[in-house]
Design a protein around this ligand. Structure first.
Ligand SMILES: Nc1nc2c(ncn2[C@@H]2O[C@H](COP(=O)(O)OP(=O)(O)O)[C@@H](O)[C@H]2O)c(=O)[nH]1
Ligand SMILES: [Mg+2]
Length: 376
């Protein structure tokens, strides 16, 4: 092969290679170029663009932190731990006011200041006076040390609390009428009690005698179904006494251990409310002699002195056998519990320290007092 022929062949190959390289480069460039935005045709501006076709190559993902592994399921809190947590603010309140009380304290002014502290803690006037008198008789006019004051104070508080509910009534079913003003926490408390009693293996029947609001019945029905209890529900506007009567009869015939009757708190006047409730008591007694075995008042503990006033009022009309103080969580007014117990001599039976079903705890005077005085 002559040299010239060889040169032509090499040139030819180079030419072909060059064309291929240029073509590949042009294609790559065309791919990188952003698409030219088409102007929207007039009148089509509001129409959303069609969903983009699925991209062949996955879009780059933002760096995502791996999902945190869920924490191990927390062990359920004991009742005492719930109380301690729920009373957090009351505890801090007592601690801080006592800190102030002891700062530069002088014996002469001490008991006067002490009185003020107890009043602001919603312990009530009568009870406060009793406490201060008892402290004065223990310490004379001497300034007590912090520890001895704490010990004496907790003794006094505990002495004044009435004993716990006489569990002596051995009724079957035990009928509990639950009363209180609107929003105090009656329905929630019944739901929580329902759960607690069912968990103890008791058969519970709930009577939804708050027929004033359809929502109240529905709220209760949901709960009752959730915990597998039994219930008597009637339509909005039914006679609450009739619902109560039917509930007690149903509880008897179905062999329930406990019959909890929810009532309405929203009536036009106090007189109406009390009369309505008194009538319910009478009607329930017709369905079962001796019933209701308990009349429990539910009060909102975050209302402090108001709760005490309500307890006084309801007790006059209905002879309460117990008080449930709710919403102590998130409130520094836990002292109201002590005032109710000490002044009315009606036992506080349960306290509500949160919104979850387990946040209703049997009241224990000793642990309550120890908890609120913990930081002293
Ligand atoms: N934080 C807190 N909220 C509560 C407690 N008890 C009841 N509640 C809330 O209080 C509101 C009124 O309760 P409800 O049972 O409907 O009151 P009722 O009108 O007396 O039946 C609801 O939002 C409940 O969740 C409690 O112990 N703590
Ligand atoms: Mg209700």
């Amino acid at each position: 092969m002559e040299n010239n022929q060889l040169l032509v062949i090499i040139l030819g190959i180079l030419l072909v290679l060059g064309v291929v390289v240029v073509a590949v480069a042009l294609r790559a460039r065309a791919r990188r170029k952003p698409p030219v935005e088409q102007p929207l045709p007039p009148g089509k501006a509001e129409i959303p663009p069609p969903a983009a076709p699925e991209a062949k190559t996955p879009a780059p993902q933002p760096a995502v932190a791996p999902a945190p592994t869920p924490p191990p399921a927390a062990a359920p809190l004991t009742d005492e731990a719930r109380v301690s947590k729920g009373l957090g603010r009351t505890k801090v309140f007592f601690q801080q006011t006592f800190d102030k009380l002891f700062t530069g304290a002088k014996a002469e002014a001490f008991f006067g200041d002490m009185e003020e502290v107890l009043l602001t803690a919603d312990i009530g006037i009568d009870f406060t006076e009793k406490i201060v008198a008892a402290l004065k008789s223990s310490f004379g006019m001497r300034l007590p040390g912090r520890d001895e004051l704490k010990a004496r104070l907790s003794d006094i508080l505990m002495q004044q609390l009435p004993g716990n509910l006489g569990g002596s009534v051995d009724a079957h079913p035990r009928v509990v009428l639950v009363v209180g003003v609107n929003g105090a926490g009656k329905t929630t408390t019944i739901a929580k009690l329902c759960q607690r009693f069912q968990a103890q293996g008791k058969k519970v029947l709930v009577g939804a005698a708050d027929t004033f609001r359809a929502a109240a019945t529905e709220q209760l029905r949901t709960w009752v179904e959730r915990v597998g209890a039994d219930g008597v529900f009637q339509k909005e506007g039914s006679d609450p006494s009739a619902v109560a009567f039917d509930s007690v009869q149903a509880a008897r015939s179905r062999g329930a251990d406990v019959c909890l009757i929810d009532t309405a708190g929203r009536l036009h006047t106090k007189v109406n409310l009390m009369e309505e409730l008194q009538k319910m008591k009478r009607v329930v007694a017709k369905a079962m002699p001796g019933a209701p075995h308990d009349v429990w008042l539910v009060v909102d503990g975050s209302t402090g002195q108001n709760a005490l006033n309500q307890a006084r009022e309801f007790n006059q009309h209905l002879e309460l056998t117990g008080v449930v103080v709710t919403k102590l969580d998130g409130s520094a007014k836990g002292g109201a519990v002590l005032a109710i117990g000490a002044e009315l001599k009606v036992p506080v039976v349960f306290i509500g320290v949160g919104e979850s079903p387990e946040d209703l705890v049997p009241f224990n005077g000793k642990s309550f007092v120890e908890t609120i005085l913990e930081g002293l």
